[in-house]
Design a binder for this molecule. Sequence first.
Ligand SMILES: Cc1cc2nc3c(=O)[nH]c(=O)nc-3n(C[C@H](O)[C@H](O)[C@H](O)COP(=O)(O)O)c2cc1C
Length: 259
Amino acid sequence: MAENVIFYFSGTGNCLDIARNIAKGIGGADLVRIKKGMAVTDVSDARKVGFVFPCYGGGAPADVLKYAKEIKVSPSAYTFGVTSCAAYKGTGLARLNKIIPLSYWGVITHHCSCIWLFPHYLMMPRLSVGEAEARSKKLAAAMAKDIMAGKVRKKPGLNILNAIENAGFSGMLKKKASQFEVNDNCIACGQCASICPRENIRIVNNKASIGTDCAQCLGCLQFCPRNAISIGDVSKKREHYHNPHVKAAELSKDEEHIG
Ligand SMILES: Cc1cc2nc3c(=O)[nH]c(=O)nc-3n(C[C@H](O)[C@H](O)[C@H](O)COP(=O)(O)O)c2cc1C
């Protein structure tokens, strides 16, 4: 492994894009996707170890916290966390900090990937996709500078409102997971199955079949080249979103090296 490693969780590409931009600013890194059957867990040789993940329901995606417990980091490593969100960072960084103490953390708002909740342009501040991308790149570059300087950023505690919101979120996700529909536009290309972080999608009788073990990353729906996947009626009407710099094939990789 490289001396810098960044673990990322991403459904629609914003966090992979942020991880890449930070990696460029710190002189390169190995990027490892957080998913079922994660490729790398022992990074005890790495000098800088980062985590980039979205805010989901006021907290971190459950898989980030679950797999963080398996990751071996040297106590002398510099550690950092970045959360991407549409509006507010939530409790994810504070929770991760309890598992892997973080030296530094930051937040980058970006377009909203939660299609059943809001249209994607409802982010804070409200920006076009191009403007949001430019802002995200600038913030990631500034964080990379801080990381290179070994900056330690004072960490605020858990936000009680987000903690309450997050407590009810896993129940809501279970309900949502049963609402996926795949229509006849599906050409069984298998892209959704290859990017699913939980291996929850299979091709059955020439059609994608989505199980109930869903992380709600919504990558399957948002990247589908045929708009064949929906989750509730509202998602059928809404414009899809994925990060303009990230292709689905790149998200299906377990690892990526930024040199
Ligand atoms: C299931 C789900 C829940 C989300 N919950 C929140 C939230 O509570 N607060 C927020 O600001 N953004 C929320 N978002 C927006 C994402 O955090 C944001 O779009 C992020 O940039 C997505 O990263 P990705 O493209 O790497 O998947 C949510 C998105 C999803 C899919």
